[in-house]
Design a protein around this ligand. Structure first.
Ligand code: 1BO
Length: 272
């Protein structure tokens, strides 16, 4: 496993995303992923699966110190006292005493960002989170967050895959020593029928999804593909034994289009 290093954090380059995974399926996938060598699991309060993620962590019997677990605080809990209470609730559900990475899930203009960041930093100082960061932040919001946070932020978790250009966000993260963590890294399964990725994959004996994940890893981006199929878990983590050439990297990057974004909501910020 490779790691992405960012402001003191070592983030395993491939993790398991759990958005929309629920109940027994979620617990089984987390357990199986860890048995296959995953060490990075991503959840969030709003996914309503932290309890099942915790079950999967325990049934895997992987030692706590080898795990890297991320959760996210939902936007309605950004007022300072709420943030601390909601982090404690997440830890209770996960049955962990400390989260490895705690993120603000989406920006919330209703609560002054500086106050929320102050609370996030206090939660870290109190030992409830080893590292803190943000998710779905634009370049301007990254700049504001870095300037206003008393503790280093280690990542911005955003949608990123070959159909969505995230160069500006990636550069902003790099400027501040932060990692970009990619959600929906295989574009919700759309990459599997992509001719360019299939052609490149053929020369390496890899699938289009593996080419896509490799393209992210080679940019020093961490990726958290989600799957509800156990057989896909091995495919998604088997990306460390081949290298894309500079030309292949460029061909994958050229797939980006202005309509490439797949996740958008009315409450989303004005994207870069
Ligand atoms: C509403 C959840 C988006 C992905 O984390």
């Amino acid at each position: 496993m490779q790691f992405v290093e960012a402001n003191g954090a070592r983030i395993p380059a491939i993790g398991l995303g759990t958005w929309e995974l629920r109940g027994r399926t979620c617990a089984r996938l987390v357990e199986q992923a860890l048995k296959l060598g995953y060490r990075h699991i991503d959840t969030a309060q709003i996914y309503e699966n932290e309890r099942e993620v915790g079950e999967g962590l325990r049934s895997s019997r992987v030692k706590r110190e080898q795990l890297f677990v991320t959760t996210k605080v939902w936007t309605t809990h950004f007022a300072p006292n709420d943030l601390e209470r909601s982090t404690k609730e997440s830890l209770t559900k996960l049955r962990l005493s400390e989260i490895d990475l705690l993120l603000l899930h989406w920006p919330n203009p209703q609560v002054p960002l500086r106050e929320t960041l102050g609370a996030l930093a206090r939660v870290k100082k109190a030992g409830l989170a080893r590292h803190i960061g943000v998710s779905n932040f634009t370049v301007a919001l990254i700049e504001e967050a870095v300037a206003g946070c008393p503790e280093p932020l280690v990542c911005d978790q955003v949608e990123y895959h070959p159909y969505l250009d995230q160069t500006r966000v990636k550069q902003a993260c790099a400027r501040h020593g932060m990692a970009l963590v990619a959600y929906s890294p295989v574009a919700k399964g759309r990459v599997k029928n992509d001719e360019t990725l299939a052609r490149i994959g053929k020369t390496h004996g890899k699938t289009p999804a593996q080419v896509c994940l490799r393209w992210l890893v080679q940019q020093n981006v961490a990726a958290i593909p989600r799957t509800s199929r156990i057989e896909r878990l091995s495919e998604n983590i088997d990306v460390f034994d081949f290298t894309l050439s500079e030309l292949e990297m460029q061909h994958v990057s050229a797939l980006a289009s202005p309509k490439g974004r797949l996740t958008d909501f009315g409450f989303a910020p004005k994207w870069d």
